[in-house]
Design a protein around this ligand. Structure first.
Ligand code: NAD
Length: 421
């Protein structure tokens, strides 16, 4: 039977299959879950609509959910993050309906989300909450069928908590991002490495000796600062949170407001989840030839409308994912990946090894939703700590690393209060 889909080019499928298998080798925890799911079929009879970056790692998650019995459809969670060969392979080799084309316009992006909603999901899986918010805004008749959802990223969790606070959320959602085995690794090491990868692939510039301004010192941005420093950059951090700013100072970075950093930076990266973090007056003050990009979820962190208005003419695409804007003040600014997540637009997103843990959380999150259907409130939950710890244990075991176990004496000692000096 033909699988419904909207993808770029079915002939890319074989290349996509190699990519999916390559990523799969780095995802041992997800593989263990897939093997158990294939035996136990915990998701049998459930329709699942997933709105995630369509990458080789996501393909391994989709395959795992399918092995667990889920009837899954996949749509993109960003217009620029789709790997077209992976999308083609999912349709051809895994019989998973995919609606995603790299570079699709905003209207197509939402048409694809609506195609995933037309699947009438029992479980939603989101990265940024566009699927859940569209469902709540335009398809209220389908809400009673949904037993719950999962959410991958910080920005999505913030949106869902805002919905829950207003009483607008109509089913329970698990904040996958809040698992330790997600944000401590994916956001930090994954975004750190892949953001540098995206900047380097797009520009091929030497990072050593450059001044890199990182906006934010949260989980993603501290990973970016760490990896930029590792390449030999001189890193400046900007923050609005005093504690995070203090950590950045103690970690050895220069910290200052963006207005002061603007004339000093060669490369600017935002990863805050906030709006207009690089604004027009910052771009006005930048050096000629400055490179700006974003690794936060939405393309709102750089004031793109302002950038267009302060430019002399339309931007020129001078390399893939590099647009040159000539400003009215005569200076040029280079924007990478249209201001969308540079690690997914210009590179391949996080390496599979780190997505292994994030997607182990997603798979167990879907199972947890099934197990607890009807008992949870319409709120945002985190995965139980035991599952989070179990993922960490499995990952260590897969890496061939063993650790000590508490002795009975130590357990007793750590649970008492009488014994002191
Ligand atoms: N590129 C990726 O693959 C990827 C992966 C994970 C998360 N994300 C996204 O990255 C963003 C950040 O996620 P996180 O987990 O690091 O969040 P976080 O909450 O840990 O960190 C965000 C930081 O930005 C700071 N901030 C907010 N406004 C600021 C401003 N105007 N100037 C400077 N700093 C400011 C906050 O104080 C906070 O410390 C979110 O949008 C998230 O969804 C992207």
């Amino acid at each position: 039977m033909a699988i419904e889909h909207d993808i770029k080019d079915p002939s890319l499928a074989d290349g996509g299959r190699y990519k999916i298998e390559w990523a799969g080798k780095e995802m041992p925890v997800l593989k263990l879950i897939r093997e158990r799911f294939a035996k136990e079929r915990p998701l049998d009879g459930l329709r699942l609509s997933a709105c995630l970056h369509v990458t080789a790692e996501t393909a391994n998650l989709a395959h795992t959910l399918q092995a667990g019995g889920a009837d899954i459809v996949l749509t993109a969670s960003n217009p620029l993050s789709t790997q077209d060969d992976v999308a083609a392979s999912l349709v051809a080799h895994y019989e998973i309906p995919v609606y995603a084309i790299k570079g699709e316009d905003d209207a197509t992006y939402y048409d694809h989300i609506k195609a995933a909603i037309a699947h009438k999901p029992h479980i939603t899986m989101d990265d940024g909450a566009d699927l859940v918010s569209t469902l709540h805004k335009e398809y209220t008749d389908l809400l009673p069928h949904v037993i719950g959802g999962t959410e991958e990223t910080t920005t999505g969790v913030i949106r869902l908590r805002a919905m829950a606070k207003e009483g607008a959320l109509k089913f329970p959602v698990i904040a996958i991002n809040d698992s330790m085995t997600k944000h401590l690794f994916d956001n930090r090491y994954g975004t750190g490495q892949s953001t540098l990868d995206g900047i380097i692939r797009a520009t091929n510039i030497l990072i050593a000796g450059r001044t890199v301004v990182v906006a934010g010192y949260g989980w993603c941005s501290r990973g970016i600062a760490m990896r930029a420093e590792g390449h030999g950059a001189n890193v400046i951090v900007t923050e609005v949170d005093a504690l995070k700013a203090l950590e950045a100072v103690m970690d050895g970075y220069r910290v200052m407001p963006m207005a002061e950093a603007a004339p000093l930076g060669d490369i600017f990266v935002t990863a805050t989840g906030d709006i207009n973090v690089i604004d027009t007056h910052h771009m006005e003050a930048m050096k000629d030839g400055a490179i700006i990009c974003n690794s936060g979820h939405f393309n709102v962190e750089i004031n793109l409308k302002g950038l267009r208005e302060m430019s002399r003419s339309e931007p020129e695409l001078i390399r893939p994912f590099v647009e040159r804007y000539v400003l009215k003040n005569g200076k040029t600014v280079h924007l990478l990946g249209e201001g969308r997540l540079v690690n997914l637009a210009a590179a391949e997103g996080h390496p599979a090894s780190v997505m292994d843990m994030s997607f182990a959380n997603q798979a167990l999150g879907a199972e947890y939703m099934r197990d607890n259907a009807g008992t949870l409130e319409d709120q945002v939950y985190t995965i139980p700590e035991e599952l989070d710890m179990e993922i960490a244990r499995l990952k260590l075991a897969a890496m061939g690393i063993s650790i000590d176990t508490l002795t009975t004496e130590q357990e007793t000692y750590l649970n008492q209060w009488q014994e002191g000096t």
